[in-house]
Design a protein around this ligand. Structure first.
Ligand SMILES: O=C(CO)[C@H](O)[C@H](O)COP(=O)(O)O
Length: 248
């Protein structure tokens, strides 16, 4: 089976978890796109009711709006779900505003840590992930690895202002770096107006440690390491069928 079909199978399986009345985070990329198309079809056919999507990128927003999925921004969702609730009494960490999010990944290690951001949407994707009750990741089996970094570089979103100094910082940590380019040859600019440095660290021995180092650095807005505490299940398809991997 070709990869595109495998992606579709994983994405459509995950959509079975979406139920009436849910607020659904809509991921970015070619695999998440299959989930969005399926959700739209189920809404159109009357098999899903009272669904709102919260898109993780402008591209996803355009796609989902074009397919007729009712959408909310994260801010609109927050206002809607906290109406009549005293803000001070709300424990935001424990209040997951989004019921479920379906998103892709570029690499998944054996502990279900992820690298994301191949499509450049890692910042909004991580914000949506941290506001989500259940994050379902949809991939084909080629994305699995024993250690992060085996198959994919780490996308690092940086302030335009800090570009050169962040390249220097990442290289001081041992990475080989490339500034991401867009199709027109200029620097790729994210939805939030930042640049992306693709940082190749080789195999990453300790994703949690690298995650902390990148988090601590001013000028780095966000990066594509998603530790498994953000993840609930990985729907992984191969020619042998579909496997649902969960964080133990
Ligand atoms: O993180 C992402 C976008 O920022 C995507 O989910 C990731 O790049 C996987 O994309 P695809 O499903 O096209 O292989």
């Amino acid at each position: 089976m070709d990869y595109s079909r495998l992606k579709q199978i994983a994405a459509e399986k995950a959509v079975e978890e979406v139920k009436d009345g849910m607020f659904v985070g809509l991921g970015t990329g070619s695999t998440a796109k299959f989930a969005i198309i399926k959700i739209a079809k189920k809404i159109k056919d009357g098999h899903l009711k009272n669904i709102y999507g919260i898109p993780t990128s402008k591209k996803t927003e355009e796609l989902a709006a074009g397919l007729g999925i009712p959408l909310l921004s994260l801010n609109q969702l927050f206002k809607l779900r906290t109406k009549n609730v005293e803000r001070r009494t709300l424990n935001i960490e424990r209040t997951k505003l989004i019921d479920i999010t379906i998103d892709g990944a570029d690499e998944v290690d054996s502990d279900l840590n992820l690298i994301k951001g191949g499509g450049g949407a890692l910042l909004r994707e991580k914000v949506i992930a941290q506001n989500t009750g259940r994050l379902l990741i949809v991939v084909d089996k080629t994305k699995l690895s024993s250690r992060l970094g085996e198959k994919f570089f780490v996308p690092v979103e940086v302030l335009q202002f800090a570009l050169e100094s962040e390249i220097n910082f990442l290289e001081s940590l041992g990475a080989k770096t490339d500034i991401r380019k867009s199709d027109d040859g200029g620097f790729f600019v994210t939805d939030e107006g930042n640049y992306i440095i693709d940082a190749n660290f080789g195999k990453i021995e300790n994703p949690a440690e690298l995650n902390s180092l990148l988090n601590e650095r001013a000028g780095i807005v966000e990066h594509g390491i998603f530790l498994n505490k953000l993840v609930d299940s990985v729907y992984c398809s191969s020619n042998d069928g579909i496997e649902i991997l969960s964080v133990s």
